[in-house]
Design a protein around this ligand. Structure first.
Ligand code: CP
Length: 312
């Protein structure tokens, strides 16, 4: 029985603010656990988790695998590139064959928005969305919000959070918007008009095309990469011009009246959306985000799994 209001984590849009707070409380406990000399707890012993990655990943795949192993789950990894998907097998057949080997939970990244929803109506296992096309990346938003609370040493209600860059192609942006709004933060997006969806303001998000005034407004800047692999047309003249207008560098940050917390979900494009002197500065919490990702994913796995006893 899930300890959240839902059996699956398909997106932040489909969970409650209370779920998010419960995930944060549990992640705080697990963060303490993974900083002990012995980092493992038996919470998911006898639970088998399959990590199904139909798209490339470094952080999310390794972070989920570590989270599962820290919880003592049995783990199987699947990569589409070396699988029978290449021979024409359907998604549902692939997943059903894996589930026939007694798998309890599925963590999946897939390029098709809604692939997780489709599966959730057809298979018995819990499903966690590790990114579906340009739709949602819920655990990234949870670890981002968890890291913001930690950096600000405060709850996010009333805080000003800005998301910069390629909003149009970003599942991280969508999940961040839903998550931050559920936590009561004020959200603004900033980027060139071509990279911001036309109807985004209808979600209650402020839209700006001015980098400096948005940096002056925000407590936290979550900087996103330009997703060239999802862009089939030109949205701006060149990467150099993008950097000149929307790139965040240390000189700009140092000229502001107050210090902004700098975040990035990765992978970063140094010298495009963010310069190295910002990414590697004391203002940046990029590697804290990665560290927190393991604790947050442990919390999600634990709370969704059928195991009710925790030995943290
Ligand atoms: N942030 C993120 O999703 O990174 P990966 O694509 O490396 O998993």
């Amino acid at each position: 029985m899930s300890l959240l209001s839902t059996k699956h984590l398909l997106g932040i849009k489909y969970i409650q603010a209370e779920d998010i707070k419960r995930i944060f409380d549990t992640a705080t406990e697990f963060k303490e656990v993974i900083n002990r000399p012995i980092k493992k707890v038996p919470s998911l012993r006898d639970v088998t988790v399959a990590n199904l990655f139909f798209e490339n990943s470094t952080r999310t795949r390794i972070s989920f695998e570590l989270a599962e192993k820290r919880l003592s789950a049995d783990v199987v990894n699947f990569s589409a590139a070396s699988s029978s998907v290449k021979k024409g097998e359907t998604l549902l057949d692939t997943v059903n064959n894996i589930l026939a080997m007694k798998v309890d939970m599925v963590v999946m990244r897939h390029p098709a928005p809604g692939a997780h929803f489709y599966l959730s109506q057809r298979i018995p296992a819990n499903i966690i969305n590790a990114g579906d096309g340009t739709h949602e990346h819920p655990t990234q938003a949870l670890l981002d919000a968890f890291s913001m609370r930690e950096a600000l040493n405060d709850e996010l209600a009333g805080k000003h959070i800005a998301i910069f860059g390629d909003i149009l192609h970003s599942r991280v942006a969508m999940s961040n918007i839903f998550c931050l709004q559920k936590l009561g933060a004020k959200v603004r997006v900033c980027g060139p008009p071509t990279l911001i969806p036309k109807h985004l303001h209808k979600l209650g998000v402020e839209v700006s095309h001015d980098l400096r005034s948005t940096l002056e407004w925000c407590d936290v800047a979550n900087v996103l990469r330009i997703q060239l692999e999802r862009q089939d047309i030109k949205y701006f003249p060149s990467l150099r011009e993008y950097h000149n207008v929307y790139g965040i560098n240390k000189q700009l940050l140092d000229s502001l009246d107050s210090e902004v917390v700098i975040m990035h979900p990765g992978p970063i494009n140094r010298g495009v959306e963010i310069s190295s002197d910002v990414a590697d500065s004391d203002q940046s919490i990029i590697l804290d985000q990665v560290e927190n990702g393991v604790a947050v994913r442990m919390a999600v796995l634990y709370l969704l799994s059928s195991k009710e006893e925790k030995d943290a």
